[in-house]
Write a new protein. Structure first.
Length: 202
């Protein structure tokens, strides 16, 4: 028996709606998996002789995110210099076609701030042209307009970054950072070597 064209089109429409709903629900489930705190699994440094090192702490709700990056002198995360904080909202979308096991995410910025944790850190932030005011140890200020330490300012051209995200075996990984993450074409093509874990997993 031949199906009527209108009925076939209706079935196609229903399938498209169901597929879109399933993808949206899948993204919501993925964002729920991120909810809570994630911290650096270990001190992060480019090498054993690196001039600086960092530790990261991320906090996620189902829709908002915040990262606090502590910057240290030397490769062992032993001597605090400064802190960078970035907050905003985010959305996870489809699976990456480039990075196996990764989901694409868009992380928008609402505020960027920096803090000097020592006099040496104040000098570092001054030399890096972070913020509009003079730095001293203990001072925190908004750096949304100036950017800081490789984190770009919030502008009309750079209000978000395009990244990839994956959770496996209790570890959260973002993409290996690229210079053009404010553009969809600059999305990372591989995971970072530095994972994050839940605080109780350390």
């Amino acid at each position: 028996m031949r199906q009527r064209p209108s009925r076939i089109l209706g079935l196609i429409g229903c399938l498209a709606i169901y597929s879109g709903h399933a993808r949206a629900q899948d993204a919501v489930t993925a964002q729920s998996m991120l909810a809570g705190q994630w911290i650096s699994a270990a001190c992060e440094a480019a090498s054993a002789s690196a001039e600086r090192s960092i530790r990261r702490s991320f906090q996620f709700s189902d829709w908002s995110w915040r990262v606090d990056v502590a910057i240290y002198q030397g490769a062992a995360c032993a001597t605090p210099l400064a802190g960078i904080s970035i907050a905003g909202v985010y959305a996870l979308t489809g699976m990456s076609s480039v990075v196996p096991g990764a989901r694409e995410g868009t992380f928008s910025y609402t505020r960027k701030s920096a803090a000097a944790l020592s006099e040496a850190g104040a000098a570092l932030l001054t030399n890096s042209k972070c913020g509009a005011s003079a730095w001293r140890a203990g001072l925190e200020q908004d750096v949304s307009d100036t950017g800081c330490m490789g984190f770009p300012p919030i502008t009309a051209e750079c209000r978000q970054e395009f990244d990839v995200v994956g959770v496996k075996d209790g570890e959260l990984r973002f993409g290996q950072r690229t210079p053009r993450m404010c553009e969809a074409g600059g999305r990372p093509v591989q995971f970072s070597a530095f994972p994050l874990v839940r605080p109780t997993a350390r």
